[in-house]
Ligand binder design. Structure first.
Ligand code: SER
Length: 874
């Protein structure tokens, strides 16, 4: 069976068991502060597990793109070194929401593996969870008994809690799990050591393939477990591992999921997979990371310096580094693997195909930049080694190793590798210490403590009414305390809320909650979204929690934000009209004061194009088209209307569509009733965000008016400065030309003046203590005096030139010395510094020529005399 067949067979099997097949949610998570990337199939159903919203379906199955590179589940460092861990992988899963439980979950898993895929029953093992006295939970004998119907008892293992109690994070839904393991060792090895001894023992040939989680608890902040009202099933099977077993391989990388990529890498570097251990590891790293990076970019996450973008950048750098060190790549190569990946996975994941060019460009640029950094880092490391050699040490300090790691992305093993080649060691312990210090720093900066929710009123779901109204009577459903950076906030959930929660790039609403019982008014500082739950950040907890509250949205901010949101749609529409349909939204920020829109486009948008976009968008504003909103229509219907689904966004079966004439978008934001409300749109900047992505910033309504007035006022002032000349441009040009002409003349004049001064000064030489001294007190510009000082010393001997000049009310001192005096030890810099004190100034320069500026013009003669005195006394 090919991997494509296996994927289809899984979904078909569960469809036949009445499961609804849903699409994979994006790999990059939005609206969940606890997660950067999807790390399990169940993430997209968190709200259903937590009871924040009723489950839409009772049974679901899918294949989910996952990335385990940060947080609780992080496999990054293992990847490549073994043959069965990945950063990005597909997780096949089936779910029951308060429907079937352990019996069916186990029965169907068994049937699918052994009947449908015909996997050898004798090589399968199951684990069940041991007792956990600290949680007050007994061993999972229920699962054990069910397994007895399918497996002999000696192949059912009571597993450790660390492997058999699944938790998504520190808090949240969790429960005991039952894992299915497969033993792919040879008959000979199996006869020697029974498989049960190799389960969960890091044997690369005895691996877990499927995890059946029986979600029945919620872990609270205190660590306590709380029974959930309904019991659920959450299963996850590693697709790549399953392919390996079905295809009879001993490594995931030998399956058709990875082989085309590995072959391509081999072609590009001229090496063969299987010939050399280090090269094999590197090829696996590159093949794995290529998928992680490409899928992230396809889901809208570009490499960057912060958060999720930084994680992606680090994965990419790890791949570049392995390719560079072990496969001999010193030119971008990962980008050249993208077509092979697209061919392999583009059918199941169309986001790859549709964005292939963008993915290639982004990766190429990142690779280029990092290869440059690598070279600089290697040079730095070489110079560190050279310096150490001179001092007789052969150990690189932890501090240096850490700098290479932190600034140049050199993992410690790369530093060690290069060091070893030169017979150097690295102080690992100190490096680890530096790393720990950094980790603590960022941990403290990001530390956020959330308390458990306290329920005030039981609700099924918090309802958003803000599309229709900006005020409502609402009740508090629950609240909790959140501490960030030493500050304490209260978060509340309402049964019904008119406050828009920050999402889809649009900022959250603020406003007030006024108790209808005692009139107490509480400020709502912001509204955010966690998964699909609207959470209000309030200044304090109200005195009467159960009172009805009048919830009022700050309408001015809401309206300003709406103007910017609608304007974003109009600009998006205009960009596609003017630049072409390759333009796709890559990011958006809708603020009350401005909007920011990122989109794919491969070169700078010219001023003319920008003007066309702006004019078109403003024509749509003037048309005053009214908003048409379709609140709940099937996604297919929305697409027929012309709405474009964005990659990296999660859509339900039904969606909301916002239409202003031909601009049709899938959107959850708030908009103006008619485009005329916007008044005017003004684009204020266009710039690059990265390879293939541009950014436009614009203002609307009052802010656009302010922007235009600022510019008009500026222009008016310029007009006035040019005496309201009827042809302003001509007048400015003329002034610039005249200015140039004057400068030239001044220079000429200066040169002549210097020449005549020079002649005159020759007659004014005094001799003091055997030194020829020239003093000058003038009003020529300091720069011209400097030129004169240079000319005076050139070709002279035994000459000290000291000049003071007052120009534009500022005193300056210039001193030059002939070379022979410098050789004798005189220093113009030292002299000028000392003499400048007389004019309340300071300065410096070279030994033969130095300058100083000061404040007191009256004392200039004193300063000149002081300089002469110092120089002639030395
Ligand atoms: N959530 C479980 C896991 O990730 C099963 O899907 O292993």
């Amino acid at each position: 069976m090919t991997s494509k067949d296996i994927r289809i067979s899984f979904l078909r099997y569960f469809k036949e068991k009445q499961h609804v097949i849903v699409p994979s949610s994006p790999m990059v998570v939005k609206n969940d502060p606890t997660l950067m990337f999807t790390n399990a199939g169940m993430n997209q159903f968190k709200d259903w597990f937590l009871g924040n919203a009723p489950a839409q379906y009772k049974r679901v199955a899918d294949t989910q793109k996952c990335l385990r590179v940060s947080g609780k589940h992080n496999d990054l460092e293992e990847v490549g070194h073994d043959t069965y861990h990945h950063t990005m992988f597909e997780m096949l899963g089936n779910w029951s929401f308060g429907n079937y439980f352990k019996k069916e979950a186990i029965e169907w898993a068994w049937e699918y593996l052994t009947d449908v895929l015909k996997i050898d029953k004798n090589r399968l093992y199951a684990t069940v969870c041991e007792a956990s006295p600290e949680d007050g939970v007994e061993m999972d004998s229920e699962a054990f008994d069910i397994w007895k119907q399918y497996l002999p008892e000696d192949r059912i293992l009571v597993g450790k809690k660390k492997d058999n109690f699944w938790e998504m994070g520190d808090t949240g839904p969790c429960g005991p799990c039952s894992e299915i393991h497969y033993d792919s060792r040879s008959d000979e090895e199996r006869a020697k050591v029974p498989g049960r001894e190799r389960v969960n023992a890091d044997d690369p040939q005895v691996i877990e393939i499927w995890n059946l989680v029986f979600i029945q608890y919620n872990r609270k902040v205190s660590g306590e477990l709380e029974q959930l009202a309904a019991k659920h099933v959450d299963t996850g099977m590693g697709f790549e591992r399953l392919c390996r077993i079905v295809q009879g391989k001993t490594s995931n990388y030998d399956t058709d999921v990875f082989q085309p990529i590995i072959t391509k890498i081999g072609e590009l570097c001229g090496k063969r997979y299987g010939d050399d251990t280090s090269c094999d590891v590197a090829m696996r790293v590159v093949a794995d990371h290529l998928r992680a990076i490409s899928f992230s970019i396809a889901d809208g996450q570009l490499p960057s310096n912060v958060k999720a973008g930084y994680v992606i950048r680090r994965i990419l750098r790890r791949a570049v580094r392995y390719g560079y060190t072990f496969l001999g790549f010193n030119e971008p190569f990962i980008c050249r693997l993208v077509p092979t990946l697209t061919e392999q996975m583009g059918d199941a994941f169309p986001e790859l195909k549709a964005q292939q060019t963008l993915i290639e460009k982004v990766i190429r640029e990142e690779e280029q930049a990092f290869l440059r950094t690598l070279e600089v880092g290697i040079r730095l490391l070489d110079s560190i080694i050279e310096k150490l050699k001179k001092s007789g040490t052969n150990e690189i300090s932890g501090k240096d190793a850490f700098q290479l790691y932190d600034t140049f992305g050199f993992p410690i093993d790369l530093t060690e590798l290069i060091a070893r080649e030169k017979n150097f060691a690295v102080n690992n312990a100190d490096f680890e210490q530096e790393l720990e210090i950094q980790k603590n720093r960022s941990r403290n900066a990001a530390a956020k403590e959330e308390g458990d929710w306290t329920e005030v009123r039981k609700i099924e779901q918090s309802v958003f009414v803000g599309y229709d109204t900006t005020g409502s009577t609402s009740y508090l459903a629950r609240y909790r305390t959140v501490k960030t950076k030493g500050k304490e906030f209260i978060q509340v959930v309402l049964d019904e809320t008119p406050f828009y929660a920050e999402s889809g790039g649009q900022v959250g609403d603020c406003g007030t909650l006024r108790s209808q019982e005692n009139g107490e008014t509480i400020q709502v500082l912001n509204t955010i979204k966690e998964n699909n739950l609207s959470i209000h950040l309030v200044e304090k907890l109200p005195q009467q929690l159960t009172a009805p509250f009048t919830a009022t949205v700050d309408v001015e901010k809401r309206m300003a934000t709406a103007c910017n949101h609608t304007a974003t749609h109009l600009i998006h529409y205009a960009l596609r009209k003017v630049l072409g349909t390759h333009v796709e939204q890559k990011g958006s920020l809708v603020h009350a004061d401005y909007l920011r829109f990122d989109f794919s486009h491969f070169q700078k948008v010219t001023d003319e194009e920008l003007e066309q976009v702006e004019r078109l968008a403003n024509r749509l504003v003037r048309k005053n088209t009214t908003l048409t909103e379709f609140r709940n229509i099937p996604i297919a219907e929305a697409q027929q209307m012309g709405a474009m689904a964005l990659f990296g966004e999660k859509y339900g079966e039904t969606v909301r569509v916002i239409r202003f004439d031909d601009s049709v978008e899938l959107c959850g934001g708030t908009h103006v009733p008619a485009t005329g409300n916007i008044g005017v749109i003004k684009i204020v900047s266009e710039s690059a965000v990265g390879a293939g992505v541009r950014r436009i910033e614009a203002v609307t309504a009052d802010k656009a008016e302010e922007y235009l007035y600022d510019n008009i006022h500026l222009l008016k002032m310029v007009h006035e400065l040019f005496s309201n000349s009827p042809n302003l441009i001509q007048a400015i040009k003329k002034t610039i030309e005249e200015n140039g002409e004057f400068s030239k003349q001044i220079q000429l004049f200066m040169r002549e003046r210097i020449a005549s001064l020079k002649e005159r000064l020759k007659d004014e030489i005094e001799e003091i203590n055997g030194i020829q001294v020239i003093r000058l007190n003038t009003d020529v510009q300091a720069e011209a005096v400097k030129e004169l000082a240079t000319q005076m010393r050139t070709g002279s001997t035994n000459l000290l030139f000291v000049a003071g000049t007052i120009h534009a009310d500022k005193p300056n001192l210039v001193i030059s010395l002939s070379d022979d005096l410098v050789k004798k030890g005189l220093n113009a810099g030292a002299i000028v510094r000392e003499a400048a004190k007389e004019i309340g100034g300071s300065g410096g320069g070279q030994a033969f020529l130095a300058m100083a500026g000061g404040k007191q013009t009256d004392s200039l003669v004193k300063a000149i005399n002081k300089a002469v005195e110092i120089a002639t006394k030395m």
